[in-house]
Design a protein. Structure first.
Length: 168
């Protein structure tokens, strides 16, 4: 019996040293976390735009008191239980009889496979035809199936975990 020593395969399973893709994903996640925290901080603690602020502060209120009160009010509003939908209730009608291709980085990957299932469910709900193509976890495989997808001349191609820059 031979042992697989392919370092790419080991890092995908979470063993061995993190590869460049894992570092890129980690850095991307950290950037999202920092941006999210900065946005949350700003939304909670920065004063509202001048037009939305009361022109005359309450008697005896200090600027710090206003910020704390505003933050508490915004936190209460953001964490309140929502019972009604306040988003859009109308939108454009879905186009009929479209064909799309989902190019997966690797259908053995639960995330990419899960997205593929979601694409299939959405396409079915819209009455669209969908083809799922498996890149089998290699750049060569992904390039090959992307070329096949383009040759099918679909209305759209969805890249599931495939590096668009590497595929250009």
């Amino acid at each position: 019996m031979t042992r697989n020593t392919d370092s790419t395969r080991r890092t995908r399973r979470g063993r061995g040293k993190p590869g460049p893709d894992r570092w890129a994903n980690l850095i991307g996640c950290l950037a999202l976390l920092v941006a999210s925290a900065a946005f949350s901080f700003g939304a909670l603690f920065l004063p509202a735009p001048a037009a939305a602020q009361d022109a005359s502060p309450a008697a005896g209120a200090t600027p710090a008191g206003d910020i704390v009160a505003t933050a508490k009010e915004r936190v209460a509003k953001a964490t309140a239980h929502v019972t009604t939908w306040d988003g859009p209730t109308t939108g454009p009608a879905a186009q009929k009889e479209k064909t799309i291709v989902y190019v997966s980085t690797d259908q053995r990957n639960g995330g990419a496979a899960g997205v593929g299932k979601g694409v299939e469910e959405a396409a079915k709900a819209l009455g669209w035809k969908v083809t799922v193509m498996d890149g089998q976890g290699t750049v060569t495989g992904q390039s090959s199936v992307l070329s096949q997808a383009i040759a099918l001349k679909p209305d759209g191609i969805i890249l599931g975990g495939v590096d668009a820059t590497a595929m250009k």
